[in-house]
Design a protein around this ligand. Structure first.
Ligand code: PMT
Length: 396
């Protein structure tokens, strides 16, 4: 059974579609509404779709003498709260249990997905962002709101994502229960994709990374229960559901974003292909073609991974090495100089390895000197091997 908690926001009407789609997919659905939610949508609308009476009263007579919120917590395979108001998120963070839905959440040991929806100023208020960060660290799965025109007329982040997006995350989470949940309570900071280094308003220098490796790592870590922060350069990929995605463009953007989230991370995996250099000068105007040659002066970007290695306290640090010669020797040098726990070395000139493909061929070297040659496999399967190794290094 999937239990859907509905709290008092205008987006509550969209949850009818979510319930209806999940019902059509064959799931048994129980709806729980807060008193405020019933002001936005009639319980009857939900009840007619899911074919069970809606629960909104804490003190219902239960004919079987069961304590209903405890029984429902046990019966549910997953609890989805959509929309979740700032008020409800704040109550959860404080451990307040003063109505049926909040008592149910505290009693529930199954995956809990929270889909916040509210005004953008409320969503970006540090009180709310800190509450969300805290709940994520306790294993709650959050689905990022969409950006768009909000009910209040403002434009910004805060819209409840589409019913399809929510349903996809619910179904994936239920399916992933069959996958081992060994990363619950851990925060994984994963970088993906290329960085782009602007020359002028229309040109940049970059590399061939598509983000596939980093997105595979993010998806697998999320499915295994981790709280995942994905810092991504520009790619065409859709962020895996349930992952917090931070978009960046340049190496400097990535540097600042990674440092911002470093302290709260347990494991950092840097699969992004970061530009080592950027143009010394950015031209506000389009650079005109003049002479037959054009000399471009570059300056070094900070080495993000080395900065983390120099300052890390408890984190497991995983680097990648994109090499075209002397794979092992170069990777070992990077492992030591950046003070890493693991390095995943790929020879980008090998067939089936490196940029843009759905497969990779790598050698994984750890700080204890173990060298593991991994044959060609999908980036999803490789992601799971890398995640297994991060657990082994944490126990070490
Ligand atoms: O994205 P895909 O198309 O799926 O391709 C995957 C990949 C080839 C990009 C990936 O497998 C890979 O090899 N990523 C690392 C690419 C790279 O930048 O390697 P490097 O050897 O130049 O850097 C070594 C490590 O230092 C990397 O973890 C890199 O993220 C990090 N680095 C590099 C430079 C810099 N200024 N800061 C860094 O943190």
């Amino acid at each position: 059974m999937i239990t859907i908690g509905v709290t008092g926001g205008i987006a509550a009407y969209k949850t009818i579609d979510v319930a209806s789609t999940l019902k059509k997919l064959g799931h048994d659905i129980q709806i729980v509404m807060t008193k405020n939610a019933t002001n936005f949508v009639s319980p009857l609308s939900f009840a007619s779709i899911v074919k069970h009476p809606v629960i909104s009263d804490m003190f219902l007579d239960d004919k079987n003498g069961e304590i209903l919120h405890i029984e429902l917590a046990k019966k549910s395979d997953l609890l989805l709260i959509a929309p979740a108001t700032a008020n409800f998120i704040g109550k959860l963070r404080a451990g307040i249990a003063d109505d049926f839905l909040s008592t149910l959440v505290l009693a529930c040991k199954k995956p809990i997905i929270i889909a916040p929806a509210m005004n953008s100023n409320m969503y970006s208020n540090t009180i709310v962002t800190e509450n969300i960060a805290y709940l994520k660290s306790k294993g709650f799965i959050f689905i990022e709101p969409d950006v768009g025109l909000l009910a209040c007329g403002d434009v910004g982040i805060g819209k409840l994502p589409s019913p399809e997006t929510i349903v996809r995350l619910v179904v994936n989470t239920i399916n992933s229960r069959k996958i081992k949940q060994d990363l619950i309570g851990k925060t994984y900071l994963i970088t993906a994709g290329p960085t782009i280094e602007a020359l002028d308003p229309m040109r940049y220098i970059s590399n061939y990374s598509t983000g596939k490796m980093g997105y595979a790592l993010s998806e697998m870590a999320q499915k295994r229960g981790a709280n995942v922060i994905l810092i991504s350069g520009p790619t065409n990929l859709i962020a895996p559901a349930g992952v917090t995605k931070i978009d960046v463009k340049s190496a400097m953007d990535m540097y600042h974003a990674v440092l911002k989230y470093f302290d709260q991370s347990d494991v950092v995996i840097k699969s992004a292909a970061v530009a080592d250099f950027r143009p010394k000068h950015f031209s506000d105007q389009k650079i005109k073609k003049g002479d037959d040659t054009f000399i471009l002066e570059l300056v070094k970007n900070p080495d993000i991974l080395k900065t983390l290695g120099d300052t890390k306290k408890r984190q497991i640090l995983v680097g990648f090495a994109a090499e075209s010669t002397d794979l092992i020797a170069n990777a070992q040098t990077k492992l030591k100089s950046k003070n890493l726990d693991l390095i995943v070395a790929n020879n980008i000139t090998n067939d089936g390895a490196g940029f843009g493909l759905t497969t990779n061929i790598v050698t994984i070297i750890d700080k204890n000197g173990n060298i593991d040659q991994i044959p060609k496999m999908s980036k999803d399967d490789l992601a799971n091997i890398i995640l297994d190794k991060t657990i082994a290094m944490s126990i070490d």
